[in-house]
Write a protein that binds this ligand. Structure first.
Ligand SMILES: CC(C)(COP(=O)(O)OP(=O)(O)OC[C@H]1O[C@@H](n2cnc3c(N)ncnc32)[C@H](O)[C@@H]1OP(=O)(O)O)[C@@H](O)C(=O)NCCC(=O)NCCS
Length: 150
C-alpha cells in the first residue's frame, strides 16, 4: 500500500451525486435496496451520520464505507474505491477510520458480507485481518414483493 493524501469525513447530502457515480462505477448500483442513494444517505445522516464515510482526493469522492449497528454487532457495508485509485490503500484507510469510530462507540464486534465471486473483496478483508466464517450460511427474505437484494 502506498501512502497518499486521502481526506476522510462523514458523508453529507452534497455527496449524493458523487457517491452515486462511485457506486455505479464500482458495480454496486443494485445494492441499495431502494435504488435511491439520496434516501440512503439522508436516512443514514438522521440515524448515525458518523458511520458513513467518504474519502476525498483533491476534492473528489473516491472512496466510501458505511457502518451499521444492531445494538450488539457492527456491520460494514458499501465499501467502494474508484477504479483509478485502487491498490493505493484507500479502502484500508476508510475502513481503519470506520473501525476507530466503531471503537469510540464501544462497538468491538464487526461483521460484513462479501459475494463469493468477489475475489478482490475477499482478498482485501483477509489482508485486513478479518476472519472468513466458512461455517455460516446467510439467509435473506424480502417481506415486500420487491426483488431487491436484501
Ligand atoms: C475491494 C476494494 C474496496 C479495495 O479497495 P482498495 O483501495 O483497492 O484496497 P487497498 O488498496 O486498501 O488494499 C489493501 C490490501 O487488500 C488487498 N487487496 C485489495 N484489493 C485486492 C485485489 N483486487 N486483489 C487482491 N488483493 C487485494 C491487498 O493485500 C492490498 O494491499 P496491497 O495493495 O499492498 O497488496 C476495491 O477493489 C473496490 O472498490 N471494489 C469494488 C467494490 C467492492 O467489491 N467492494 C467490496 C465489497 S465487500
Amino acid at each position: 500500500m502506498e501512502a497518499t493524501e486521502l481526506s476522510i469525513r462523514s458523508v453529507t447530502t452534497d455527496d449524493v451525486a458523487a457517491v452515486n457515480e462511485l457506486w455505479q462505477e464500482a458495480g454496486m448500483a443494485l445494492y441499495p435496496s431502494s435504488g435511491d442513494v439520496a434516501d440512503e444517505i439522508t436516512s443514514k445522516m438522521r440515524r448515525d451520520p458518523d458511520l458513513f464515510l467518504v474519502g476525498e482526493l483533491e476534492g473528489k469522492v473516491v472512496a466510501t464505507v458505511m457502518g451499521t449497528w444492531d445494538g450488539h454487532r457492527g456491520r460494514i457495508k458499501r465499501l467502494a474505491v474508484a477504479g483509478a485509485h485502487r491498490r493505493s490503500g484507500f479502502g484500508a484507510m476508510v475502513t481503519d477510520e470506520l473501525e476507530k469510530r466503531f471503537l469510540a462507540r464501544g462497538i468491538t464486534k464487526l461483521r460484513l458480507e462479501v459475494w463469493a465471486d468477489n475475489v478482490g473483496g475477499l482478498a482485501f478483508w483477509e489482508r485486513l485481518g478479518y476472519e472468513h466464517q466458512a461455517d455460516i450460511r446467510y439467509f435473506t427474505r424480502n417481506l415486500d414483493d420487491s426483488k431487491d437484494p436484501c
